[in-house]
Every structure is written in C-alpha cells, then in structure tokens.
Design a protein around this ligand. Sequence first.
Ligand code: FAD
Length: 304
Amino acid sequence: MDSVVQRLRVDRPVFSVEFMPPRSEEDERVLWRAVRELESLDPAYVSITYGAGGSRRDRTIRTTGRVAQETTLVPMAHLTAVEHSVAELRNVIGWYAAVGVRNILALRGDPPGDPNGEWRTHPEGLSYAEELVRLVRELGDFCVGVAAFPYGHPRSVDLDTDTRHLVRKFDAGADFAIAQLFFEADDFLRMRDRVAASGYDGDALLVPGVMPLTTPRTLNKTVELSGAQVPPKVAARLDPLADDPAAFRAEGIDLVTELCERLIAEGVPGLHFYTLNRSKATREVVARLGLVPGRTATAQRLRA
Ligand code: FAD
C-alpha cells in the first residue's frame, strides 16, 4: 500500500479527507456512508482524528483498522500524547502496524476538558509532538505527519517561534504537515514562506486544511479551530445569507472553491478536507476543481 507521502508526491494536486470517530451507531452509519461515497473518488488518503478520551480512542483505532482492512483507501491515524505513557503509545502504534496502518499524524493534543488549560505531561509520557514523531519513527517504517498553524499555535509566543517548532518536527522525521483551518490563501502561503525563510532545507510537504463553508455552524467552527476572525471580505459575502440556508451553502462552496483554486495555482501538493463525516460538499468542491481524474476522463469522453 502507498504511503501518504507517495500519494502526495505525484505530478498533479490531490485531495484527502478527514473523519472523526463515530459516537453512536447512527454516527457510524453516517460515517461509513461518507467513506463509501468518497472511496469511489480515490482520495489520496483518509485520516481519522484521535478522541480526547478512552472509548472515543478505541473507536478511532477500530475505525482506522476497518478502513485499512475493508476499503481500498490509504488510512492515516491521528495520535496524540494526551494522558498516555510511552508504553501505551507504543502499544497503539504497534496495533496500527499490525492492521496495516502505516501513516500516523503525530500530535501533542490539548489538555482534556479545557483545551486552553495548563498542559500536564503524563509522568511517563511525552511533552511535544516532536517527541512522538521520533517515537513513531523508531518503531517502524511509518510515514509521519504533523500539525501546522497558519496563524501560529495559540500557545506560541510569536510566529518565528512557532515556525521553529514546526521545523523541529520536520527535523525529527516528519514527512509532511497538515495545516489548521484558515480563511485566505495568503494566510497559508505566508506560513509556507516563513518555513522557507527559516533556512529549512528538507523536503517535507505542507498541505492546507480546508472545510467547505456550508452553514453558519461550519463558519463558526472555522473561527474556533483557526483562532482567526472572519475576514471582512468573507463576512461581506456570507453574513447577508445567514437566514437563507441554500444561498449560504452555494456562496460558501463558491468561496471554498476559489480558495482551493488559488492554493492549487500556488503549487500545493494536496488539499485536506475536514468533512465532519459528511461527503456531499467535499464531493462538490473536488468535482469543481477537477481533482477526480477518473470522473474527469469520463466526463471528457462523454463530451467528445
Ligand atoms: P506541538 O507541536 O507539540 O506544539 C504544542 C505547543 O508547543 C506549540 O505552541 C508549539 O509551538 C510548542 N512547541 C512545540 N515543540 C516545542 C519544543 N520542542 N519546545 C518548546 N515548545 C514547543 N487534536 C486531537 O486531540 N486529536 C486529533 O486528532 C487532532 N488532529 C489535528 C489535526 C490537525 C491537522 C491539526 C492542525 C490539529 C489537530 N489536533 C488534534 C489539535 C492539536 O492536537 C492541538 O492543536 C495541540 O494544541 C497542538 O498539537 P501539536 O501536535 O501541534 O503540538
């Protein structure tokens, strides 16, 4: 099976998708419908987020294993250092290897309960994602990704320090980074410039994270995750449509498609879609971007 980085190092931009572990049987049905609908579009890889506590973590592990064993997709498991000893982390990583998951997004995670609360390292655990990258690398032939923050991680004192910490994760062995959500292409591109200006001379890839803005809820989620306010240009297009769901959705999809077009023109290797376990909006955007090779070829044949 290809690794994430092999799937990213091709001569055209690709897309990938992110899912969350299901919380209930109904959630599970919704998730698997989205997985199957996206499978036919051949995303470069699919990632499953790591829950904050016990049972959600088991569901992440189970779901990622199922993707590896029951689909044609390339799975990537998110893993955090939160409340784990190194021995526990080794077990989880070993289990992934056993079921054929060879791609791991290595994260520190946030303190449980209050994400802005004080970070407490497990007495036998790890303090930074950089250490988890090293651990995963040490344990086998994994492809390893990390998180990157276009506006800087909320705990970083400034953007230069934040960039240094990202580069340390690359130097520790990360093959690529996926960016937290952002609103404008320039926000991502400035981060890419900061990495280049830092003197980093490796070949780790930077992949933008994108969420289709289909509802006011997804817009609020982008504000929450990115840590940025909605830029006036975006607000001017979406705010007047807050009470018209169909018009909001259409404008939001236009906005995200335009954002992706600019990112592709700037040479990003791929686009990572945060799906919230729904596939429709992502399918629409990737179709508009022409990122579904089989379908594009079919469409061209049909038109000919
Ligand atoms: P780190 O890289 O360790 O950084 C944490 C803070 O410490 C930063 O301020 C950084 O600048 C600083 N720092 C880093 N290295 C050092 C060092 N050597 N010395 C001093 N300071 C340092 N959370 C989940 O719980 N589950 C998920 O599945 C999940 N998936 C995510 C996917 C993506 C694409 C992104 C962008 C985030 C995701 N998160 C997830 C959230 C993430 O866990 C949090 O944002 C967390 O606060 C930071 O994790 P990190 O891996 O970037 O940490």
